[in-house]
Design a protein around this ligand. Structure first.
Ligand SMILES: C[S@@+](CC[C@H](N)C(=O)[O-])C[C@H]1O[C@@H](n2cnc3c(N)ncnc32)[C@H](O)[C@@H]1O
Length: 253
């Protein structure tokens, strides 16, 4: 069959195919634990700890969802504070390591880890009070922002918080326009976002804080690198996030 496109999902899947598959890349990334990548550390993000400490994020108990959780740094931290945590990652190698980390962390509730794409994960709850993403969004191809917004629309509770860390434009990541990435067929190690681009992408939410992550010393109990932006938003309105699917979108149809 040559004429395969019928739905929006078919278009998104076709566009996925223009880039190298992500899963084998991430499995290789986590396979060598001695590689010493910044994200291999067990420490939670300094911005997450700061937002909780300053009351910008409500304390536990609550339901939290960690998107692209990697080795579970932030998921394990949130669970240790008493949040009920679901954590999703595409890489089986990362999830196995995250499970180990959670066991080693000892007492208290553990996150539930799901090996899946964030777009396909079968989550036990319909809604989460906090959706947290440290470093996943910037690895998604541009068209998957459509799926990402639809995911947030589905899972973020009314009044809930959404937080993301992403490569900071000017510090790290590709600054090519979206269109060029498709011509190139590569994401160049991840996409850079400016504060305005994050505000625009998540325009249905109220921004509470957008700032560079605070770099941490080697012996810090927190994770912080200067090349990431940390952004915190709240879902304060009732309307949909992104373009509602399943109907006309802009009247030009
Ligand atoms: C830079 S790492 C960050 C890991 C972790 N959040 C942390 O901060 O330590 C990005 C993670 O996103 C995951 N990822 C990328 N695309 C994904 C997708 N579509 N669904 C689920 N996980 C994904 C990768 O497997 C990887 O673990």
């Amino acid at each position: 069959m040559n004429r395969t496109i019928r739905t929006t999902e078919d278009v998104l899947a076709l566009l996925d195919g223009l880039f190298p598959p992500a899963e084998p890349f991430w499995d290789r990334f986590y396979a060598d634990r001695s590689a010493g990548r910044p994200f291999f550390t067990p420490e939670p993000d300094e911005n997450l700890v700061s937002w909780l400490g300053r009351g910008l994020l409500p304390p536990a108990p609550g339901r939290a969802l960690d998107l692209g959780c990697g080795v579970g740094r932030n998921a394990v931290h949130l669970a240790s504070l008493g949040f009920e945590v679901d954590a999703v990652d595409l890489s089986a190698t990362a999830v196995a390591w995250a499970e180990e980390r959670a066991r080693e962390a000892g007492a208290g509730a553990r996150p539930r880890f799901h090996r899946a794409s964030i777009f396909d994960a079968r989550l036990p709850h319909a809604h989460y009070d906090l959706v947290y993403d440290s470093g996943c969004l910037h690895h998604l191809p541009p068209h998957r922002r459509v799926s990402y917004l639809a995911l947030l629309d589905r899972v973020l509770a009314p009044g809930g918080h959404f937080a993301v860390t992403a490569f900071a434009a000017g510090a790290m990541g590709s600054e090519r326009p979206d269109e060029e990435l498709y011509r190139l067929g590569a994401l160049e190690g991840g996409l850079a976002y400016s504060p305005d681009e994050l505000r625009s992408l998540f325009r249905e939410f109220t921004p509470l804080e957008i700032r560079p992550m605070a770099a941490q010393e080697a012996d810090s109990p927190l994770f912080g690198v200067p090349f990431l932006l940390a952004a915190l938003f709240r879902r304060t309105t009732d309307g949909p996030v992104g373009v509602p699917t399943g109907g006309p979108t802009d009247g030009r149809g």
